[in-house]
Design a protein around this ligand. Structure first.
Ligand code: 26Y
Length: 790
């Protein structure tokens, strides 16, 4: 497509789809017109992919996820279709700037964090590799809340991405499923029949996901809930106008909003309904497609692979059995075996509070037939494993982890360390019973979005030296390694980082009003705010550094900008205290003339995918400092390493594998190992001893306690401090000195720019393994048993 052709297509959509002429077109109008023009280019490969899949009678993969944190789509699509340059020229000619048009798209935040972003990277990789499949999720009207700070305190406001029409999707009014809730179960002619009391419609909305160079496209199908009947006419005619709309209100509530908790499952009835809603709709859709091609249910596991993204769609097991047994008349054990051979399950966390449990009483009310089926699953399991102490039904709850494990033929962890812990802790008993079931699939990230799209400077440099093949074959980055000996390459590498940092400094000034020195080290921690991720360890080190700098401002400090980004679950009190503390500390330090440009603390509000795309390419230091054993994998860590930020991190999650790949000498390691953390907690005085041994830590804690950062209000952080001094489950204190010392090694390395840049370039060259293309190939081989169609 030429720029002229694209320009014509944009103008055609501007007139015919938006009803505007160029003279009156806004950025929104142009963005929508360009979106529609680019979407037109996706249709042919999309149809072609479907045709090939049918022709090959191929197995398909269905990725069921409560979350898809996709962010903006226009730039990705333009890049994947090779239309970046073309689009730029086309818009220039119309008097619009492509960058500005791209930034006009709302950031689709249909997810909380890692798990949802991983699902989005997987969609991109499946389409790039030619793995036939679909993502299934919920079309939330409101994604993750918008964050702002009032006096440093997090305020949540509703997010509104669907206020404007969503240009990428196709509504499918014909693709609707009726989803029931509640009601009764009765036997009819020897079969159980569930008669739900309420029902809603699930309506499909399809977004095509185009792969690299437009060679393949899959579909993301999101279900929106709608009433079966918009209006109860009988009630209306009685004069009960509000009651007449009740159905509608209930239905729409189901897909209204994303739950903003990423760990504290509150066991809310509405969440259970959301889970069943999208899982049941997806399964019916999958079975209908399967039965349109095959007439033998026996073939299901050969033709269909269903991946459960954590336990959120775990009701898929019982629901699939219900369909096969109650509706199609298969024997229960037979139905169960077919379901298990079709399903597989990914575990993303070991935190006990994130393992879903639903009260049996609630399940009996909302999904009465499923509760019966779950009891039979447990019976069948115990009949085969009479010695096993494992139960799905326990303490009045349904344990969704155990259910998922028993109903899956493969269970995977998301990094080598995490998978080992899955085997030795949460699912130790089940692992003993089924020693081949658990496999590892270390996470990855898509290089299209996280390098090519987010870091055009670095991308151009890489392509200039090793050609363009790296974009869908990321291990080719290894070919950069000899170039680190080339002064010309290193100068260009440093210049690309400097350019990104200058851009970020300008953006920080714009959005926060804080002036930062682009030559300072950009030290970045961006992720959900959580105690186990230890943003408070970082801020304690920041305070200690500031105190040292003030005491001795001329000691040759390495200037730093500490950058934080992330949201806290609205009900997570301690996480919100940490947010306030960071903002309080930032206010005081940024106003201090003694430290000046030596130290700044920046915390832009409303961190999201688009903000990550700005921050990561401009980072020098990547903070991956979770308490060892707690971060299942991390994926931000991979994005940073690829973009040439050095990691300061613990031996946790995929940090372990990143360190192995980039080399221990190019990674700043500190802190206790997972085993050491467990051992240290045995000593109830571990935090007190650490504080007593570290005047710096004691000084930082004291600074908080005496109100230095809270206008003299010593009580503001009393609870946080009491926890650190009294319990400190996340071993902030015990790891503090190790972290401090490691940070000073970071300073020394940064003070030698040639050494630093060489380490950074080696991180880029050696991180190719962390492509989600590699991860998806692993799932295809070890979990899904499917081969690519391109
Ligand atoms: C039960 C409910 C409240 C719940 C909702 C969301 C529980 C958990 C989550 C999300 C978990 C999550 O995002 N886990 C992250 O998954 C990433 C992808 O595998 C990992 O890289 C990351 O370490 C892990 O915390």
């Amino acid at each position: 497509m030429t720029a002229q052709e694209l320009q014509k297509a944009v103008l055609r959509h501007l007139e015919l789809s938006l009803g505007k002429d160029l003279a009156h077109a806004t950025v929104y109008d142009i963005r929508m017109s360009l979106t529609l023009a680019v979407r037109d280019q996706v249709i042919a490969p999309w149809f072609e992919s479907t045709r090939k899949t049918y022709a090959a009678q191929s197995k398909r993969v269905y990725y069921l996820s409560m979350e898809f944190l996709i962010g903006r789509l226009l730039e990705d699509a333009v890049n994947n279709l090779g239309l970046k340059q073309t689009a730029q020229e086309a818009l220039d000619a119309l008097g619009f700037d492509l960058t500005q048009v791209i930034a006009d798209e709302p950031d689709a935040a249909l997810g909380n964090g890692g798990l949802g972003r991983l699902a989005a990277c997987f969609l991109d990789s499946m389409s790039t590799i030619g793995c036939p499949g679909m993502g299934y999720g919920i079309r939330y009207e409101h994604g993750l809340f918008r964050q702002s700070f009032h006096d440093g305190v997090q305020i949540e406001e509703p997010e509104d991405w669907l206020r404007q029409p969503h240009g990428w999707e196709f509504a499918r009014p014909e693709a609707v499923e009726r989803i029931g809730f509640g009601g009764t179960v009765e036997a009819h002619d020897g079969r159980m029949r569930w008669s739900p009391a309420d029902a809603v419609l699930a309506k499909a909305h399809d977004t095509p996901i185009i792969g690299w160079q437009g060679q393949w496209a899959n579909t993301l199908r999101l279900w929106g809930a709608e009433p079966i009947q918009a209006f109860d006419l009988e009630a209306f005619n009685r004069g009960d106008f509000v009651g007449a709309a009740e159905q509608e209100a209930f239905a729409r509530t189901i897909s209204r909003v994303l739950y903003p908790d990423d760990t504290n499952g509150e066991g809310k009835e509405l969440r259970l309904k959301q889970e069943y809603f999208f899982t049941a709709a997806s399964l019916r859709d999958i079975l209908r497609r399967f039965l349109s091609e095959h007439d033998d249910l026996e073939l299901l596991p050969q033709k269909v692979a269903i991946q459960l993204n954590d336990t959120h769609p775990a009701i898929a097991g019982p629901e699939l059995i219900r369909i096969l047994h109650d509706e199609h008349g298969l024997e229960f054990d037979h139905a169960m075996a077919l379901a298990r051979n079709t399903l597989s399950f990914t575990n993303h966390t070991l935190l006990p509070e994130a393992l879903e449990r639903w009260p049996q009483a609630l399940m009996a009310r909302v999904l009465p037939r499923h509760l019966q089926i779950i009891a039979r699953i447990e019976e069948a399991f115990l009949a085969a494993q009479p010695e096993s102490p494992v139960r799905i039904l326990e303490d009045g709850d349904v344990r969704m982890g155990e259910l998922s494990f028993i109903m899956a033929h493969r269970v995977n962890g998301v990094s080598a360390l995490h998978t080992g812990l899955v085997k030795s802790t949460v699912f130790a008993q089940l692992h003993r019973t089924f020693p081949d079931r658990i496999v590892n699939q270390t996470n990855g990230v898509t290089p299209r979005r996280w390098v090519l799209g987010a870091n055009p400077r670095l991308s151009a440099l890489i392509t200039d030296r090793i050609g363009p093949g790296w974009v869908d074959d990321l291990e080719q980055l290894g070919a950069l390694e000899p170039h680190v000996e080339d002064a010309g390459f290193m100068a260009d590498y440093a210049a690309s980082k400097a350019g990104n940092k200058a851009d970020l400094a300008a953006w920080i000034a714009d959005t926060t009003g804080i002036a930062v020195d682009p030559a300072a080290m950009f030290d970045v921690q961006i992720k959900r705010i959580h105690e186990y991720k230890r943003q408070h360890l970082n801020i304690l080190e920041t305070i200690a550094l500031w105190q040292d700098m003030r005491a001795n401002p001329r000691a040759g400090w390495v200037p730093r900008v500490k950058i934080f980004g992330g949201k806290a679950a609205p009900g997570y009190v301690r996480a919100k205290e940490i947010i306030r503390l960071i903002n309080d500390v930032a206010r005081v330090i940024n106003a201090d003339p003694v430290t000046g440009d030596l130290l700044k603390v920046v915390y832009p509000a409303n961190y999201n995918v688009s903000m990550a795309e700005k921050l990561i390419p401009a980072s020098d230091l990547s903070e991956q400092i979770s308490t060892a054993g707690k971060e299942a994998s991390g994926t931000g860590n991979m994005k940073f390493a690829l973009n040439g930020a050095l990691t300061i991190g613990t031996l946790d999650g995929a940090n372990v594998e990143i360190r192995e790949h980039v080399g221990a000498e190019n990674f700043f390691l500190f802190g206790m190992t997972a085993e050491e953390v467990v051992a240290r907690r045995e000593d109830p005085q571990h935090q007190a001893k650490a504080i007593a041994a570290s005047p710096r830590l004691a000084g930082a804690l004291k600074g908080i306690a005496d109100g230095t950062f809270s206008d003299g209000d010593g009580a503001r952080y009393a609870a946080l401090l009491a926890d650190l001094r009294g319990h400190d489950y996340f071993t902030i204190c015990a790891d503090f000195d190790s972290y401090w010392n490691c940070q000073r090694q970071v300073d020394a390395a940064f003070a030698d720019p040639a050494r630093w840049m060489r380490m950074a370039a080696l991180n880029t060259a050696r991180s190719g393994w962390f492509s989600s293309d590699r991860t998806i190939r692993g799932y295809m081989a070890d979990v899904w048993d499917i081969t690519p169609l391109i």
